[in-house]
Write a protein that binds this ligand. Sequence first.
Ligand code: XMP
Length: 517
Amino acid sequence: PVLVVDFGAQYAQLIARRVREASVYSEIVPHTISAEEVAAKNPVGIILSGGPSSVYAEAAPSLDSGILDLGVPTLGICYGFQVMATQLGGEVAKTGRREYGSTAVKLEGGESSLLDGQPDEQTVWMSHGDSVARAPEGFTVLATTEDTPVAAFQNTERALYGVQWHPEVLHSEHGQALLEGFLHRAAGIPSDWTPASVIDEQVARIREQIGDAKVICGLSGGVDSAVAAALVYKAVGDQLTCVFVDHGLLRQDERRQVEEDFVDAIGVRLVTVDAREQFLTALAGITDPEEKRKTIGREFIRSFEQAEVDLIKEAQESGERIRFLVQGTLYPDVVESGGGTGTANIKSHHNVGGLPEDMQFELVEPLRTLFKDEVRAVGRELGVPEPIVARQPFPGPGLGIRIIGEVTQERLDLLREADAIVRQELTAAGLDTEIWQCPVVLLADVRSVGVQGDGRTYGHPIVLRPVSSEDAMTADWTRLPYDLLARISNRITNEVDDVNRVVLDVTSKPPGTIEWE
Ligand code: XMP
């Protein structure tokens, strides 16, 4: 792999993604990693990330200096560049001037795998206080800015490179070209990390892990569980059974997409649990958002585990054992929970009667190394239907937390209809990839006066909550075109009974969360 050494902040994940966009496999490691640990991973390249600190700060994150002596081609970025300069005897100075945001750099014009073929003057994204005042011995300066005498350097003999700016951000004009120059030209790494290669590798791993045992996978209708299931199916075929709980809080067409389209495309065996009545009964009378979420969560686990128990018994009767459970864990979750090598993942069960207390599953997590966009690419390669592969985020508790007030069958039907209209219109307008998601919310306990035909109405409002976001941690409301909003509003008020008003949520996050409950 290419190892991305994480010096903090959010840069490392972005770098790792950019490397993979160059079809090179990358892994994020903490800056506390030792030279021996690095060597043990057999890296073909190393990238030192940026970070929020100053190399002079007390407790500034440091790097085992042995890492730069391993002979592995290494690129330092921003803070990583300064760490490299400091460790190799260069000089990092507090200039007293911060360069922040768009900055013009001038290339010196010498030969460089990083910068060959790029314009001599370009705009890049910088964010730093200190800067490298003198390059270490043996290094050539490749670029400068008005405030920084050394904005990039290289030592081709030792295969060490560094840039003060952030090539991984889109605002750096030739950033991706620079990264690819490092990967392909400086380090000579081929582009062989592709969806097809990921599938081959994962299929082999899954086969090794599962052997001839039985495995189950819960499907949610979302992209992660679908792609995880498709991968496991490709690896072990009918040893896999999928379980899909229809809690009645799904959107229009979602059950059919899983039961028919997905099953037809992939061929997997599927058990659907129809738990709609059970959920409605459990939710009756509940209006408090937290209580609603807890109830939905509890009932969901109950139905899923009951299905597991049935399958386990069925297997036992034919003398087999279900040992594995598939989970769609993604790489960002793995990194954020401290990395780890992915062992010791065991889910224990202690619930419904009739099974040994210590019933345990080992987890199969075939997406652990992947970012979301890679999961989608792998899914497409496996033939997972487009509506599932391209699905925007949708909360586990479903429409249940988009009805403000008690959840009833009638209200669910109404909201489902409104939501379907919004999704149709957003898709028709070509905005699916531009917006992050657009919750549609029913204010079930609010009524307002309206007029329709020649009569007075007294119906409910529907709220549109279109948001733009990168990670759902923060979001802004999306400025949808007025004529699109008008079309959505017309259709909802005309087509959905009992709705006589459509309103737009123009709150960013924070302070408003994306969902209303
Ligand atoms: P909030 O409302 O917290 O939502 O701004 C952030 C993102 O998370 C989604 N969301 C959930 N996803 N289970 C999920 O799987 C949940 O209980 C849940 N609640 C919110 C929400 O749709 C948004 O993308």
